[in-house]
Design a protein around this ligand. Structure first.
Ligand code: PMP
Length: 282
């Protein structure tokens, strides 16, 4: 198995990171997960643009150009024979003696990447999954895809301990997003999701869903909604690179709609399947 460390593709067993890497010590870095379908990066450009933009927002210069990174990732996918899977990559501010203050120019950012075989979550996409509601205790720059995921992990773990798939977060009653996904409701026949402010990550899947709504005359608005509207929604779904368009059929134990994935969720799923080139029989 091959991995990328900076500009090298090497065996995973030969890769190492410094114990004073700032990503390791402070979570001082950013990351991306890109889906691979049929051996190809899906929305690779969009993910790479977001990586560069996240890095720039915290003053990290990604150590090489986008084109070069893209071709290295494609090479990695090929060498590891990934047909259906994902690429994880992160860039940290580099390794230097521990100090909150940024290191000097001589310290170079560290980029690492590896691939994984991942199956599509077909059974869950078909049946829908359950979610809990949790307090959004994150910082005020959720637009940055930062390595600091502790609040997200705590929320996801709480969901898991209650037998649920995802935690949908709210700030004082305003629903923001999932712990690792964007969150949507269908209310009066309209799809709603929180606007792309500093309070959420502007998901690439979110952007695909917005475009699908737009192209198919599905009523859609980037509009914040409250917890009570969530709990009364006709449909709920979440989206992410690995979860795709995932129906939520129970929220905090309460049945959503008639307890089955709703019609607009199904419609968006089938449009999404078409987009990624999956033969869909429903
Ligand atoms: N919000 C958060 C907090 C996430 O972690 C993710 C998944 N990375 C998303 C939204 C969805 O983003 P994307 O569709 O780009 O995977």
């Amino acid at each position: 198995e091959k991995v990328i460390v900076n500009d090298q593709i090497m065996n995973r067993s030969d890769a190492s990171v410094d114990i004073e890497d700032r990503g390791y010590q402070f979570g001082d870095g950013v990351y991306e997960v890109i889906r691979v379908y049929g051996g190809q990066l899906f929305t690779g450009d969009e993910h790479l643009n977001r990586l560069y933009s996240s890095a720039e927002k915290i003053n990290i210069a990604v150590p090489f150009q986008k084109g070069k990174l893209q071709s290295m990732l494609n090479k990695l996918i090929k060498e590891n024979d990934i047909i259906d899977g994902s690429v994880y990559m992160q860039v940290t501010r580099g390794a230097s003696p521990r100090n909150h203050v940024f290191p000097g120019e001589d310290v170079k950012p560290v980029l690492t990447a590896y691939t994984k075989v991942v199956a599509r979550p077909e059974a869950s996409l078909e049946s829908g999954v359950e979610a809990i509601v949790a307090d959004d205790i994150r910082w005020l720059r959720c637009d940055i895809k930062s390595l600091n995921l502790l609040p997200n992990l705590l929320a996801k773990q709480a969901a898991k301990e209650q037998g649920c798939y995802e935690a949908i977060l709210h700030r004082s009653g305003t629903v923001t997003e999932g712990s690792a996904s964007n969150a949507y409701i269908v209310s009066n026949g309209k799809v709603k999701t929180h606007p792309a402010t500093n309070l959420i990550l502007n998901g690439i899947t979110r952007q695909v869903v917005m475009e699908l709504c737009n192209d198919n005359n599905i009523p859609f608005s980037e509009e914040a909604f409250q917890l009570d509207e969530l709990l009364e929604a006709e449909e709920i779904f979440v989206t992410s690179t690995t979860s795709e368009v995932m129906p939520i059929i129970r929220i905090d134990g309460k049945v959503v709609g008639d307890g089955k994935p709703g019609p607009l969720t199904r419609k968006l799923q089938s449009l999404f399947f078409e987009k990624i080139g999956v033969a869909h029989t429903k």
